[in-house]
Design a protein around this ligand. Structure first.
Ligand SMILES: O=C[C@H](O)[C@H](O)[C@H](O)COP(=O)(O)O
Length: 144
């Protein structure tokens, strides 16, 4: 898969580890930053990642901040983005199956690496179920 990742300083370490694991699996990963632990404003990173995703058509985006909340809120302001803050594997799978989320978000200060990795795997293994979910996702996209 082609994946674009990004984080603020609060999600930097988690993003780095998830990026490494994804690359180890052979996925193509583009990192929009941040690239160190220096403080950075998460809305900028979210918008940068969303613009890249929409322009370059990666399979999905992965965002991390301290809680995953702020960076997912910011991403969801971008037309065409459906960002899901994931806290459990069922939700991560449903984010794809029901919501066709094109961005997943995690909190670097709220989840451990193994749990986050399990959620990434659950999301990546899932497929959008279409059917009744298709018009609902369309309704979401038409809100903006
Ligand atoms: O939702 C926002 C994120 O959790 C940020 O990572 C967090 O607010 C950053 O906080 P601070 O600048 O105090 O490290």
């Amino acid at each position: 898969m082609r994946i674009v990742v990004g984080s603020d300083h609060g999600g930097f370490e988690l993003k780095e580890e998830l990026k490494k694991r994804l690359m180890d699996q052979g996925h193509e990963v583009l990192d929009v930053g941040c690239h160190d632990k220096n403080m950075v404003d998460y809305p900028m990173i979210a918008v940068d990642l969303c613009k890249v995703l929409l322009a370059q058509g990666q399979d999905f985006g992965l965002l991390c901040c301290g809680t995953g909340i702020g960076i997912s809120i910011a991403a969801n302001k971008v037309k065409g983005i459906r960002a899901a803050l994931c806290t459990d594997c069922y939700s991560a799978r449903m984010a794809k199956e029901h919501n066709n989320a094109n961005v997943i978000a995690f909190g670097g200060r709220t989840v451990g690496i193994e749990h986050a990795w399990a959620m990434v795997q659950a999301y990546m293994a899932a497929e959008f179920q279409h059917g009744i979910h298709e018009p609902r996702v369309k309704m979401i996209d038409e809100i903006q």
